[in-house]
Write a protein that binds this ligand. Sequence first.
Ligand code: NA7
Length: 543
Amino acid sequence: QGAPQGPQVDVVVVGAGFAGLYMLHRLREAGFSARAFEAASDVGGTWYWNRYPGARCDITTADYTFGFDPELEREWTWSEKYATQPEILRYLQSVADRYDLRRDITFDTRVERAEWDDDAGLWRVHTSTGEDVTSRFYVMATGCLSVPKEPDIEGAARFRGEVYFTSRWPHEGVDLTGKRVAVIGTGSSGIQSIPLIAQQAAQLTVFQRTPNFSIPAGNGPVPGHRAEALREDREAYREAAKWSRIGVPGEVPEVYGVAAPEEVRRERFEAAWAAGELQAITAVFADQGINPASNEILAEMIREKIRSIVTDPETAEALCPKDHYFGTKRPCLDTDYFQTFNLPHVRLVDLRKTPITTITETGIEVGGEALDFDAIVYATGFDAMTGALVGVDITGRDGVTLKEKWADGPSTYLGVTTVGFPNFFALTGPGSPSVLSNMAVSIEQHVDWVTDCLVDLREKGMTTIEPTRLAEEGWDQHVADCAAITLHPTANSWYMGANVPGKPRVFYPYIGGVDRYRAACDEVRAADYLGFRLTGPAGEQCN
Ligand code: NA7
């Protein structure tokens, strides 16, 4: 039995969430053979793992959904404006069934290493079960918020009570009824889960390091205007999403916060607050993302709302975000989050005033006070955007790993390819709009682009593609330039890598907009892969 000459499959895909599922589907349609590996026991990705009470998407379901198949859209009806985790998981399971995707997915299997073999022109992929596969192309569809941040609090390992991570919530068996519960972290996961945990717990103590901006989700039926627009002309609605700023159709603001009269500011803010949509609250003023004064006008209106909801003035003040500009940390959507702090059994501990000294066998010590708990819930976030990519040992052309290459921050061409790693694609990678956008739209765009690229290569008689150094440097610079004119670099956010100790401080996603990003990707293809070097039996091409 001699060593196989060519690759065993055309493409290996890592991950079976939104991105991995659609990637598999498109590859098959285009006539490529593919294998997907998934660490979980089923499809779903983010929606497989994040099962904490209250887990929902924060993009309206009218938009947070696959748009590639009108039939699929006709058959699936979302029950709410913002779907719960179980409903989104059911949706992804039904997508896997509908397109018969599971037969090419190997579950409970992690890809641990992947090496580019330059002589053979293929990837050698090694999995946790010992199975090795070779492929021509290697696609990471591992998500942007999939590697939980390690608990970096002194004494965390000592606690003998129940410990939960929102990001790895057990599938069953969690009952917090009548218990003394601590929640650490007040990002989206904390803010979504706290009101529901409060309904069960006898006592709930929330440990807050940074207060966050959150607006009421106003959940309920799918908003009339979006449902109607979809009914009237689904194609046009989906097209509008593709060419919008964040992948959700909506108004492009022209009102400048600093220049607008007070009643206009107020009216626009109240409308956005009532809409309960990130698309609206991030577009109250045209200049809120770049002008500190304009941002402060919006921020203060949100603080006023918080003060009007929370009855204890000291708690209200502690819940008011003051150390970062609105939008520089991902704003949250909530259902009765601030109201929860009016309940007599709920307490807020402001870690800025009284930091955690240590976690003990029985609880948490803060400011000289020992608090006992039955359960600690960590809602402490993720090693975002690059965590999952560098978490796999990926070795490129010159024996350099992706982790080594990105030691000072990620470097990509178009946020999806990187020099030294031929035939490698990172879906919604750093340097692409990803986490700043409606993921469903961004994932479809990346998958479509990658599929088109593989088809083009096949038609040209080319077998490898790799960006040029110049193209990559240009893109990195553009990504950095776009971020530099915004307020984002001022925040200690996960967008900046600031939540993970030692992580390079750069702005990870591309903030130029879903629309402009799509145009850039389309242009590169139209210009016959400008910025890429292609090789294969048909020769070599470098535009
Ligand atoms: P986030 O948004 O990263 O939130 C994590 C929270 O945990 C945040 O409030 C952190 O405070 C806090 N945190 C992290 N480490 C600690 C320690 N050591 N001590 C106290 N508090 C800590 O993660 P989420 O899961 O809520 O949301 C992630 C995304 O998922 C969200 O943006 C949506 O896009 C969906 P910090 O702000 O760092 O001071």
